[in-house]
Design a protein around this ligand. Structure first.
Ligand code: OFO
Length: 168
């Protein structure tokens, strides 16, 4: 495996792991505040990111690359509002999309069509996750500071997220 691509995939392993831990911290914050729907949503997002990370680890190993399990940066664990929580979600997804686009760009530059092909799954996944994060944040912006709106959002978040996925 090309050394530059191997390094990028290792970076990507870190970004997926970082997202997984960030979403776990967000789930825990929501859990502690009594937003059980939001907590379930982020617990499951955290699991998904872990799967994305492991998929990369296995792929690099299959290609006889060298995986370095990364040290992670500290996650943000305190939020003032639900909006801030979902802004963090959207920011994190936008960052990951940018990094994946960079991997794709480098794959084409180095003519590594195998990795390019493998990464297409991540491109599709990011498209869906970013759109979902945007939809949820839009809903929260409509709700504003209305407490009963937050109650309904918390109750309905998994249904909103599922309907967003269906429209992809
Ligand atoms: Fe790994 O899917 Fe988003 O970040």
């Amino acid at each position: 495996m090309n050394a530059a691509i191997e390094k990028l995939l290792n970076n990507q392993i870190k970004y997926e792991a970082q997202a997984s831990m960030q979403y776990l911290a967000m789930a825990s914050w929501a859990d502690a505040k009594g937003y059980n729907g939001v907590a379930d949503f982020f617990y499951s997002q955290s699991e998904e990111e872990r799967v994305h990370m492991t998929k990369l680890v296995k792929f690099v190993n299959e290609r006889s690359g060298h995986v370095i399990i990364p040290e992670l940066d500290k996650s943000k664990h305190d939020f003032n509002t639900l909006n801030e929580l979902f802004e963090t979600f959207l920011k994190s997804e936008m960052f990951v999309t940018e990094q994946i686009n960079h991997v794709i760009y480098e794959c084409l530059k180095h003519k590594d069509y195998n990795v390019h092909n493998f990464m297409q799954w991540y491109v599709t996944e990011q498209l869906e996750e970013e759109a979902m994060a945007r939809t949820l944040l839009d809903k929260l912006n409509i709700i504003g500071t209305d407490k009963s709106g937050h109650y309904l959002f918390d109750r309905d978040i998994n249904a909103i997220a599922a309907s967003q996925n269906k429209t992809q």
